[in-house]
Design a protein around this ligand. Sequence first.
Ligand SMILES: Cc1cc2nc3c(=O)[nH]c(=O)nc-3n(C[C@H](O)[C@H](O)[C@H](O)COP(=O)(O)O)c2cc1C
Length: 233
Amino acid sequence: MTAPKNALILIGSPRLKKSTSARLAAVLEEHLEKQGLKVARLYSRKVFASPQNTKELLAQIDTSDLLVLISPLYVDSLPAPVTRLLEIVAENRRGKEASSPKLFAAIINCGLPDSRQNTCALNICRIFARHSGLVWAGGLSLASGEIIGGRPLSQAQPGVRRIKKALEVAAVFLAKGQSIPNRAQQLMEKPLAPWPIYLWMGSIWFYRAARRNKATSKMHDRPYDKRAVPGKR
Ligand SMILES: Cc1cc2nc3c(=O)[nH]c(=O)nc-3n(C[C@H](O)[C@H](O)[C@H](O)COP(=O)(O)O)c2cc1C
């Protein structure tokens, strides 16, 4: 594959600029630009704001050599608007594969502290590439995304340096028209916090959210379990 000259980063989080996905995108963009690529960014949520926006996205994809999807994991899959977007792109790419080959890579981040959670979403992206005549350039999987929590990577805890390095390595390879190497994933997947600490922090986060919503007494409810008694653990 020849080296791409320009790239389009699609951000799949509905949290837009305040998302972890957007913060990862900013770092990847910086490194792709350092490698000499012209980079544009788009939010999948905005693509559906009007039919004109959708048309513009498809046109932008047609003129990009490299596409990178950066998205959160939602219920073990991609967020619904991202799935819809991929369906539209696949439909639009039909018949164009041979005339305009492009690289496609994906970076998925999830909340749980186990990067294997993202495997299904990355496989969806890989299969999407095959159906869209795109050249699959691999993916990166990030766990414990809420430790970044939508903050710029420069303001996040020291362990996040590895994530920046992983994005740099990925950018260098993608800029040469090559797949993201295993080394980048190895850097990306080291846990940001030990499991027990992360679960403890998560419990505090859920408790605070419940308190804000005056729902602490309902935290252990299981409304879909016929045997469960409301309000009892
Ligand atoms: C509706 C919804 C579904 C989610 N489903 C999962 C999931 O199945 N597994 C997981 O590990 N995290 C899940 N998460 C957590 C997000 O993937 C995580 O918070 C991520 O870091 C958000 O990234 P963003 O800021 O780019 O949107 C879910 C979050 C939401 C809001």
